[in-house]
Design a protein. Structure first.
Length: 192
C-alpha cells in the first residue's frame, strides 16, 4: 500500500463505513468513549469533521466551531457520499502540498488528522455499539508516527486527553488510542 493520504483514507473508509452503517437507531443515546458525546452526538461530530477536512484539502478555511448538523435516518447514505468526497479531494493534485486554510499547518499533517478522526471515532462508535473494528496495520503505523508528533499540540488544544498508560503487551492500535487519551479497554457500563 502506498502512503498517500488518499490511499490511506480509502483504507480507513473501508474499515469505518461498516461500523457507521451498523449503528442502530436504538443505540443513538448510548455513551461513547468520548465523554462529551453520546452515539448521536459523535456521529454528528464525525460528519462535521469529514466535511471540514474536505475544505482543508482544497486549501479553503473550515469551521469546526459551528454546531454540527443533527443527522437523520439518511445518515448512512450521507456518510458514504461525504467520505467518498473526502477521499476524492485528498487525492487531487497538490492536496498534500503546502499548508491548509486557517489551520496554517502542513497539508500532510492535516490529512493525517482526517485519517485519525475517521479511524479513532470509528473505534469509539464500534466500542459504544458492540461492533468489531480493527483498522489496517499500515494505517495504524502512519497514525502512530503522526500522532506522536501532534500529541502535545493536540493536548494543548483539548483535542487529545492525557495519555492513558498501557502495558508492554499493548497492540499498536491500543497504544495509539492511549496516546489520544482513550482507554483501549473502555466498554459501556452494564446499564447503558
Amino acid at each position: 500500500m502506498d502512503d498517500t493520504i488518499r490511499t490511506l483514507l480509502e483504507t480507513a473508509a473501508a474499515d469505518a463505513l461498516p461500523v457507521l452503517r451498523g449503528v442502530r437507531d436504538d443505540q443513538l443515546t448510548a455513551p461513547t468513549p468520548c465523554a462529551d458525546y453520546d452515539v448521536q452526538g459523535l456521529l454528528d461530530h464525525l460528519f462535521q469533521v469529514v466535511v471540514n477536512f474536505q475544505a482543508l484539502a482544497d486549501k479553503r478555511d473550515s469551521d469546526f466551531t459551528a454546531a454540527p448538523e443533527r443527522l437523520a435516518a439518511d445518515r448512512n447514505e450521507r456518510f458514504a457520499v461525504e467520505i467518498a468526497e473526502l477521499v476524492r479531494v485528498w487525492g487531487a493534485p497538490g492536496a498534500e502540498e503546502g499548508v491548509t486554510g486557517a489551520m496554517n499547518m502542513p497539508a500532510r499533517t492535516v490529512g493525517a488528522m482526517a485519517l485519525g478522526d475517521l479511524t479513532v471515532h470509528a473505534w469509539d462508535l464500534a466500542r459504544a455499539t458492540g461492533q468489531p473494528y480493527e483498522p489496517d496495520p499500515a494505517l495504524v503505523r502512519m497514525l502512530a508516527a503522526e500522532f506522536g508528533a501532534l500529541a502535545p499540540t493536540a493536548r494543548a488544544m483539548g483535542v487529545f486527553g492525557e495519555p492513558v498508560p498501557v502495558g508492554e503487551d499493548a497492540t499498536p492500535f491500543d497504544a495509539l488510542l492511549a496516546e489520544t487519551g482513550r482507554d483501549p479497554g473502555w466498554r459501556p457500563s452494564a446499564g447503558a
